[in-house]
Design a protein around this ligand. Structure first.
Ligand SMILES: [Fe+2]
Length: 507
């Protein structure tokens, strides 16, 4: 398709070292990515796919070697490490290189070679040494990028920011078929994309379509990402292997999880053939400044006890067996809280932690796909923060296609219980587009929720965060429209959390 052809010519941030051959077999059409940095390494990703919208992606069904290089400089004069990785047909000829042995706390440049073709150049960075004094962390978090709902001007701007890391909190792809006219993008799309993804080949094409976006590629090529999933990487509002209309979605989920692994810069535990399923919850340490826990809020959750979606509260949601994360993940999370020496303890959550009371004292209406459907599990989380005396918990969240800034009470059923954490919910990159906004529906409910300090349901964008010893600041970066990739961006509002004082104040 037209936009895929333009991709490889795009400058990668400031590193425009793309080699584009004259033939039609260029295999790096989806760009490059890096992720999951530690103080000594990072994952490098690409996929060989010269023809993204045919089964097999235009590759022969055999394994082929891909050369990778990581260098200290953009010109690759000082190559630090290099090697060959197999691109396997059973993993869609994707490549995941887990580089280790790098120096901490600096930037790196990487690229791939396949036959005579060279990939775009990516930039990435290693984390500061663990538990050592660290000055700052700059990151952006994003979610919800329905391709057919609009362009990605937010990623074009994000790629120009000075960031250490990007956090993606889910809905990286959506599960629907793609309209012939490209929906809100008004561009022609291949016929193979018309039916909704069911099998692995079609899921691969869904990722290929999304990743053909040059602005998304630029943001991947510029920073290491830490990616988790929400529901739309499989099916709307699913829980574990169940979905309201479809029933058991195990087969769909298996194909979707595999395609997710194939297209994200993630480590081996996320492989779909792992016993017990892919493990994607993980922890990143940024010196002694920040610990960042990213959770998997879909694979292990209970079916919402009171009903799917918008429903009344009920006693069953308080049962001790009700879980959002699964008990194994909960144990991992809380033992990480206990061990943490970090000043800021950031939790990346796919869905909103705070309560959103829909109808005030007269009713019990809540959104049960978020943590409001699982209050017993939410209380175990907030109690773990208190029990382990966790320093400055801050939750960053996706899902709602709206911005919220929330005080997190230890127990939302006791409004007088202490505020123990702060939550920033970021809006969507493109989902809901320009028109289908949530402000008119959710806006009038905010009055029943004094712990919600800010709400906006009408704008698209992402959140830029800066963390240092004294303060966590969050800038709401909003674009004027998603009808064009060139839309301007501005900071709509800024908030700050002071070290030692949970709750955000408007700057
Ligand atoms: Fe979404």
């Amino acid at each position: 398709m037209a936009s895929a052809a333009a991709v490889a010519q795009l400058p990668v941030g400031r590193a425009a070292a793309t080699t584009r051959p004259s033939g039609g077999n260029y295999p790096f059409l989806l760009g490059v990515a890096s992720g999951d940095p530690t103080s000594s390494g990072v994952v490098l990703w690409t996929r060989l796919v010269p023809d993204p919208f045919v089964p097999g992606g235009g590759m022969e069904p055999k394994r082929v070697p891909v050369r990778w290089e990581i260098a200290r400089d953009e010109q690759f004069r000082k190559i630090e490490a290099s090697g060959d990785a197999w691109a396997l047909p059973e993993l869609a000829h994707s490549v995941h290189v887990e580089v280790d042995g790098l120096a901490p706390d600096r930037e790196w440049f990487y690229r791939f070679h396949y036959r005579s073709d060279v990939s775009p150049v990516g930039r990435t960075r290693t984390a500061p040494p663990p538990h050592r004094p660290t000055g700052s962390l700059a990151f952006a978090f994003a979610s919800c990028q329905n391709w057919a709902s609009g362009y990605y001007p937010s990623y074009r701007h994000m790629a120009q920011e000075d960031l250490d890391l990007v956090l993606h909190l889910g809905d990286y792809v959506y599960e629907g078929g793609i309209p012939a006219g490209g929906g809100y993008r008004r561009t022609t799309t291949p016929d193979t994309l018309r039916p909704a993804p069911q099998d692995l080949e079609r899921w691969r094409m869904q990722y290929a379509l999304y990743k053909s976006d040059p602005d998304l590629q630029a943001a991947h090529a510029r920073f290491p990402w830490l990616v988790t999933w929400d529901d739309h990487e499989v099916k709307n509002d699913y829980a574990n292997t169940q979905q309201e209309q479809a029933g058991d979605i195990s087969a769909l989920r298996a194909a979707a999880y595999q395609a997710w692994y194939e297209h994200q810069p993630v480590r081996a535990p996320a492989r779909p053939d792992r016993q017990g399923g892919p493990r994607i919850y993980r922890r990143l340490e940024w010196g002694n400044l920040a610990q960042l826990d990213v959770v998997d809020g879909r694979q292990y959750r209970s079916v919402p006890p009171c009903g799917w979606g918008e429903a009344d509260a009920c006693a069953a949601a308080y049962g001790p067996d009700i879980t959002m994360l699964g008990f194994e993940q909960e144990r991992w999370l809380y033992s990480g809280f206990q061990a943490s020496k970090a000043t800021w303890n950031i939790l990346g959550s796919n869905v909103m932690l705070a309560r959103l009371d829909h109808d005030g004292p007269e009713g019990d209406r809540l959104w049960h796909d978020a943590w409001d459907g699982f209050p017993a599990a939410r209380n175990r989380l907030t109690e773990a923060w208190v029990r382990h005396d966790v320093s400055n918990p801050v939750v960053v969240t996706g899902d709602w296609h709206s911005t919220f800034v929330n005080d997190i009470h230890q127990d939302f059923d006791r409004p007088s219980s202490p505020v123990v954490a702060t939550e920033f919910v970021g809006t969507s990159i493109s989902s809901n587009g320009d028109g289908a906004v949530y402000g008119p529906y959710y806006g009038p409910m905010i009055q029943y929720n004094p712990h919600i300090k800010f709400f906006d349901g009408d704008r698209r964008g992402y959140v830029r965060c800066h963390v240092d010893r004294d303060q966590f600041t969050a800038d709401l970066r909003m674009v004027s429209t998603v009808s064009t990739p060139e839309a301007p961006e501005s900071t709509f509002a800024s908030f700050a959390v002071e070290n030692g004082k949970p709750g955000a104040l408007r700057d």
